[in-house]
Design a protein around this ligand. Structure first.
Ligand code: SF4
Length: 272
């Protein structure tokens, strides 16, 4: 068990109950974080230590809201004007219901402009045709994997179009296609698994749409084929490792490059 110098406020649910819940349901982001650093997973999902939203997360959420709204309008076959999209962006930017954002002086206005330029670039370049009706937009899905001895897999698909799963990301540098495919594999395989369970069909592939925050914003699309059987096996083995780790409560730190951006750095230094 982990010991911290400063204990957080008591949770309504016991740690045991929270861990039991995490053993029943898994998402790609939980699994990725667990495999990246078990202690960070423990701080975020078991202790649920509150942290301010980062500027980068706020920008990503606002852009995501715009694309979701734009795609939903396409699904209703009532496409939005650029002016309406801009209004959506301004509203999303002003929304701080998920908590305050820690801005450096002058940072907010610059980020706000960057976020809008990303949306504008994406829509003007027509990476997804405005008149093509999507199969699904922002749909929460679940796959019961208990027959494999695994938890229920949950997730939200940003966009499905012509049986292709599309996931949006904001990035600060241009992604390399091979590295993007590799580093997002848990997420893309999870989405494929969810798609197959919920439709009974095989996806035509997965696309990662990276909106890159450069001086001149650009969109990089990485197209991946349908999930292959070895990728499904990898995903299931990773889930087994997750279940095993939770069972043993092995929440140990994994110091590395990821610590540079870890919001739990101070808590981690006190862990023993
Ligand atoms: S600082 Fe590094 S080792 Fe510590 S919790 Fe964060 S990611 Fe894990």
């Amino acid at each position: 068990m982990n010991t911290l110098a400063e204990a957080p406020p008591p949770e309504a649910r016991s740690e045991k109950d929270i861990i039991a819940g995490l053993q029943e349901k898994i998402s790609a982001s939980r699994l990725s974080l667990f495999l990246q650093c078990r202690l960070k997973f423990y701080f975020r999902y078991v202790l649920r230590l509150p942290k301010p939203k980062t500027p980068s997360l706020h920008l990503g959420s606002a852009v995501h809201t715009v694309l979701k709204t734009w795609n939903k309008a396409r699904w209703l076959q009532q496409p939005l004007s650029l002016k309406a999209v801009h209004q959506t962006y301004l509203k999303a930017w002003a929304d701080t219901t998920e908590g305050p954002v820690q801005w450096e002086p002058g940072e907010e206005e610059a980020d706000k402009t960057t976020g809008w330029r990303l949306c504008d670039t994406y829509l003007r370049e027509s990476h997804v045709p405005a008149d093509l009706k999507p199969d699904a937009v922002e749909v929460p899905v679940e796959a019961d994997l208990t027959s494999h001895g695994l938890p229920r897999l949950i997730g939200v698909l940003d966009l499905v179009q012509q049986r292709q799963i599309i996931d949006y990301k904001t990035a600060s540098s241009t992604p390399n296609p091979d590295k993007a495919a590799h580093s997002n594999e848990i997420q893309t395989s999870s989405y494929s698994e969810l798609y197959r369970h919920n439709t009974g069909a095989i996806e035509t592939g997965v696309q990662l749409h990276h909106l890159v925050k450069l001086k001149n914003p650009k969109v990089v699309i990485t197209t991946l084929p349908p999930m292959r059987p070895p990728q499904q096996t990898r995903l299931f083995k990773q889930m087994e490792a997750y279940l095993d780790g939770l069972q043993r409560q092995h929440f140990v730190p994994s110091p590395g490059m990821q610590c540079l951006s870890c919001e739990f750095f101070n808590e981690c230094r006190r862990w023993h």
